[in-house]
Write a protein of this length. Sequence first.
Lengths: 125, 106
Amino acid sequence: QEELQQWGARLVKSSETLSLNCAIYVGSFSDHFWAWIRQTPGKGLEWLGEINESGKTNYNPSLKSRISISMDTSKNQFFLNLASMSAADTAIYYCARMKSLHFGVSSVPYYIDYWGQGSPVDVSS
Amino acid sequence: IQLTQSPSSLSASVGDRVTITCRASQDISTYLVWYQQRPGKVPKVLIFSTSTLQSGVPSRFSGSGSGMDFTLTINSLQPEDFATYYCQQVKSYPLTFGGGTKVEIK
């Protein structure tokens, strides 16, 4: 079983919302950041955003208000919603775990140690 | 923060020493990570905090630098090292990646 297992729609219509899920089988939400990253041949790897154990999110400003990341700690899952999809959003989407670097009582993401298997998403017009 | 990797691709032979550079658009101290991605696979962390080797990564991989200029060196390139390498900065949001360097067999 994969440490992070992701699933969701593979084909999304233009202007609709992409929804992806990621189940955590390695550790728990504690002490990590949980991220979504996508990859395209043209733009390479792009960090989309993250959520931490407290539910605090950080998003890539390039996605403006289209992105939402949430979590369900009871199910050990976190989720990506990306609204108003267009052809430019066609990519492989990955969920990922980032280890934390601690500064006193605060922490920041440090590096990605686990990736989901990837979800190819195509946007149709 | 933009990360510019060079070269974008290179050809090398088994046993060669390979150097890949990553330049940041502003000072990121040592908050730099290197990943390797083999074809059809997910990226794998090689080095974090500029020069700390991830557990299990062969010692022929090394990283150096600080501020804006960073280097990934592969000593004695092995067949399994032919892949694409990415740098990532974790100094500030949004976290960003370099464009990648593809290492191909000469």
